[in-house]
Design a protein around this ligand. Structure first.
Ligand SMILES: NC(=O)c1ccc[n+]([C@@H]2O[C@H](COP(=O)([O-])OP(=O)(O)OC[C@H]3O[C@@H](n4cnc5c(N)ncnc54)[C@H](O)[C@@H]3O)[C@@H](O)[C@H]2O)c1
Length: 337
């Protein structure tokens, strides 16, 4: 049986091992995809450090990788509308035969491998003009902030917004908020390089969360009204309290970052009196990835600066380490089998 290289996370020990495993065979309604690019997300780091645990995984080992682009390689039974050689990006979520949504590279084997399986409904075609590296980060690094901005936050043009954590997800949140006309767009991150980058990606201002003058600055930038929307793309507990204290009337805090900690409200009175809310956000809807492919292909969304480095698949453990330590201030690192 043919074998391939895969980065497999052993859940009980949290060890990420490069292993030889059989090349998977597509079942009915599935295709096998030859992986060309797979993005490295902080959620992968969280899975490896134990902050996150797969809820629906069968067994104790999973191939990581929920941001995947590649080429259709083999067709399962009954697949007629795809052909070997088709360029595709894969939705980060899929439904099992009982209709339960599962996350690729978390609840079932993902794309840190030479080949991976996907149901045809999770395939999104990409034209030759969009590179595999840029395409692979759309599901999650771009689609999660897009869904958070447009659906969960229902951000409107002119809304005053701030993004905590301008890394892989937050940098794209800034870009997308600019695209839909939010103003001002304030980026907040302790890393100077991340703040400078956020300004290049379209933030009006970039602030250090440790700056004691931050609340006054946000008040001034929002004309004294406070924020309409605060986005947590950092996954750091104290961010939530800081963000909630800066919301205006009807303001909402969107929690997308995953810290694995309790959420504390600084004031229930402000929440009640000003009609504020806290909304959790996870993933994106099926239409978001094709929308973003279209925006990227039409030049409305520039993803050329989103890929900080491309590493061979064999360096998956080192790539996770680089993202965890922010070595080189990456937006997204991409693995290439
Ligand atoms: N909800 C979802 O669907 C979903 C999907 C993917 C990732 N995530 C989560 O989103 C978070 C971000 O993921 P990523 O891949 O963009 O991570 P990343 O490491 O690329 O970016 C995180 C950024 O947060 C910054 N940060 C740290 N402390 C901060 C603070 N106190 N205030 C403001 N910023 C701070 C870091 O400097 C970094 O720039 C993670 O917690 C990840 O698990 C959630």
């Amino acid at each position: 049986m043919a074998e391939m290289l895969a980065a497999r996370l052993h859940i009980p020990s949290r060890e990420l091992r490069m292993e030889k495993v059989p090349v998977p065979e597509p079942g009915p309604g599935q295709v096998r995809v030859e992986v060309r690019a797979a993005g490295v997300c902080l959620s992968d780091v969280h899975l490896a450090d134990g902050t996150l645990t797969p809820l629906l995984l069968k067994g104790e080992v999973v191939t990581l990788g929920h941001e995947v682009a590649g080429v259709v390689d083999a067709l399962g039974a009954g697949v007629t509308d795809w052909a070997a050689g088709d360029r595709v990006v894969l939705q980060a979520f899929d439904r099992d035969r009982h209709g339960v949504s599962q996350t690729r590279g978390v609840d079932y084997d993902g794309g840190y491998a030479q080949y991976t399986l996907a149901t045809t409904r999770s395939l999104v075609p990409i034209p030759g003009s969009l590179s595999f590296e840029q395409a692979c980060v759309i599901p999650d690094a771009v689609s999660t902030p897009w869904a958070a901005v447009t659906v969960t936050a229902a951000t409107r043009p002119g809304d005053a917004v701030a993004v905590w954590g301008v890394g892989g997800l937050g940098t794209h949140a800034v870009q997308l908020l600019r695209l839909i006309g939010a103003a001002p767009v304030i980026a907040i991150d302790p890393l100077p390089a991340a703040r400078e980058r956020a300004l290049r990606f379209g933030a009006d201002d970039a602030l250090d969360p440790a700056d004691p003058g931050l609340p006054d600055t946000v008040r001034r930038l929002t004309g004294g009204l406070g924020l309409d929307v605060a986005f947590d793309f950092a996954g750091i507990g104290p961010v939530r309290e800081q963000a909630l204290s800066l919301l205006g009337k009807g303001g909402r805090l969107i929690v997308a970052g995953l810290a694995g900690e309790p959420l504390a409200l600084p004031s229930d009175i402000a929440l009640a009196y000003f009609g504020q809310s806290v909304r959790g956000h996870f993933g994106s809807h099926p239409e978001h990835v094709p929308q973003l492919v279209k925006l990227a292909v039409r030049g409305r969304l520039d993803l050329t600066a989103s890929i900080s480095d491309v590493l061979p698949l064999s360096q998956a453990p080192a790539a996770l380490d680089r993202l965890a330590r922010k070595e080189g201030d990456p937006i997204r690192l991409v693995l290439r089998p």
